[in-house]
Design a protein around this ligand. Structure first.
Ligand SMILES: *[C@@H]1O[C@H](CO)[C@@H](O)[C@H](O)[C@H]1NC(C)=O
Ligand SMILES: *[C@@H]1O[C@H](CO)[C@@H](O)[C@H](O)[C@H]1NC(C)=O
Ligand SMILES: *[C@@H]1O[C@H](CO)[C@@H](O)[C@H](O)[C@H]1NC(C)=O
Length: 466
């Protein structure tokens, strides 16, 4: 009994000690000395570069810095990355830091947070420069909602002139870049200024935490609003030397809806002036050494595609049967083969692994839902995937021609995918080479059986003649 009590007491003491040791850093201990934000609105994928010089004004080291987003923005966030900049000017080096969503109780007005975990905690009284990149999709709202073939596309972008932050910001400035100098209107929060394609908000001094000042920018944006609502990429590994890729696209133009009838004559005769927000070509970046490329839709093969092979990458330019206007959709399939030795390797522990690129090969495209299916060779065991960001993973079985036990399919799903996600991922698995003999063995035994039957038949025939 006594030892139990003593044990309890010591456990309580050690928990208490642990709590004391943990760096207690409240938001008040951090302040942003200087913030610069650059919002790039030239495409339909919005890129925001945020440079924050943060200072630890507390007494203990701080190991995390919070980023705040309004709840309306957080659903459209495709990427949030952060790195610490070290050194001055040309000698700057960048160290990537971990960024993860974080829930905090009593967040004002539903603010959502991302936490940057600093690899090297920020000592009391010190400052560090953070470079943050985040991307937003589906955040430009066409207005007018419908346009005719001869009209240009105008959109709204909503944000705050002041950077939303849980920290006090001493000094800040925001630059917004528009694709053209045609800006219909923008909310003025003094000082605000526009010159050509650049809008400047600030500098603003001394704003308390959670300062917010809504602004709307109404401007022209005719970049192709190419959104793949659903993309299924199947990567089939055959140990007989090739990787077969099949990609099924459901593509949509997510810009202002097309109003009235489509005139092909006008479209072709006034090129550059008619249907400026529509798109006609799409560019797919494929790996080098790609072969047996095809491109087809429900009707059949489409020949209007051009392939340029390169040492670094290959480019496939595809042209759907009709140009895509706002609200229009197209479904199609692209297929190609790749040499296995460029993508399949053996890891030091004897497992095999596929090293392939995640994301969508179409440039400057948003994918609402991406499913990658890696079909492993028959007889593979213990698959595991390594993807540099969270994805939904599960296994499936696929049976194809000549399969006995079926093939394991590793399925990786992700929503809201942007070109930034085109990074390598790996799928590891065990494979016993004896399985490579299975198919030829089956074929030879089938032929052998046929042969035996044939011989037997001949014998019967002979015996009859006698
Ligand atoms: C929360 O929203 C209300 C109403 O929109 C606004 O008046 C208030 O300033 C906001 N509070 C913060 C902390 O942003
Ligand atoms: C489409 O093209 C591919 C590759 O060039 C070819 O294998 C296939 O037979 C073609 N299909 C039709 C229906 O023409
Ligand atoms: C995967 O391929 C990329 C280049 O495409 C390479 O940089 C990376 O090191 C490879 N990863 C592994 C685990 O082999």
């Amino acid at each position: 009994m006594e030892t139990l009590l003593r044990l309890r007491a010591s456990v309580a003491i050690s928990i208490f000690a642990l709590l004391l040791v943990l760096p207690s850093c409240s938001a008040q201990d951090i302040q942003v000395v200087n913030a610069e934000r650059r919002i790039d609105l030239t495409s339909h994928i919005i890129k925001v570069f945020l440079t924050l010089k943060v200072e630890n004004t507390g007494a203990s080291p701080a190991s995390e810095i919070l980023l705040a987003f309004p709840p309306t923005q957080v659903d459209h966030l495709a990427v949030v990355k952060a790195q610490v900049a070290i050194g001055k000017r040309k000698k700057k080096t960048y160290i990537p830091q971990d960024v993860n969503p974080k829930e905090l109780p009593d967040a004002p007005n539903g603010t959502k947070y991302f936490s940057i975990s600093l690899l090297n905690p920020l000592a009391a009284g010190e400052a560090v420069t953070l470079e943050v990149l985040y991307m937003l999709t589906h955040s430009l709202e066409p207005f007018p909602v419908e346009i005719s073939q001869s009209e240009s596309q105008l959109v709204y972008y909503r944000d705050s002139a002041l950077i939303l932050s849980p920290y006090h910001i001493k000094q800040q400035i925001t630059f917004i870049k528009t694709p053209t100098s045609k800006v219909e209107s923008f909310t003025v929060v003094d000082p605000a200024h526009r010159a050509g394609t650049e809008l400047k908000y600030g500098p603003y001094n001394g704003h308390p935490p959670y300062s917010y000042s809504p602004v709307i920018v109404h401007f022209e944006n005719n970049s192709p609003f190419a959104v793949v609502e659903e993309l299924v990429r199947e990567v089939e590994i055959s140990h007989w030397g090739s990787l077969q890729i099949t990609e099924q696209y459901k593509l949509a133009h997510a810009g202002a809806r097309h109003k009235g009838v489509f005139s092909r004559v006008e479209y072709q005769s006034r090129a550059g002036n008619s249907g400026v927000s529509s798109f006609r070509h799409l560019l797919a970046r494929l790996p080098p050494r790609v072969h047996s490329v095809y491109y087809r839709d429900e009707i059949g093969n489409i020949s209007s595609s051009r392939l340029r092979l390169g040492a670094q990458k290959s480019e496939l330019e595809i042209e759907p049967r009709y140009p895509l206007f706002g609200g229009w959709k197209a479904t199609f399939i692209i297929g190609y083969g790749l040499p296995l030795e460029d993508f399949l390797f053996e890891s030091p522990d004897g497992r095999r692994y596929l090293n392939f690129s995640y994301g969508c090969p179409l440039v400057e495209t948003v994918v609402d839902k991406l499913t990658i299916k890696v079909v492993l060779p028959e007889g593979s065991k213990g698959p595991s995937a390594v993807v540099p960001f969270p994805v939904n993973q599960y296994l499936e079985k696929k049976y194809s021609y000549l399969d006995v036990v079926g093939r394991t399919v590793v399925v990786l799903e992700k929503k809201n995918v942007v070109p930034e996600h085109n990074t390598p991922f790996q799928v590891y698995y065990h494979f016993n080479p004896i399985f490579m003999l299975a198919e030829p063995l089956m074929l030879t035994s089938a032929f052998f059986l046929l042969f035996v039957t044939w011989v037997a038949y001949l014998h019967i025939d002979l015996s009859l003649r006698k």
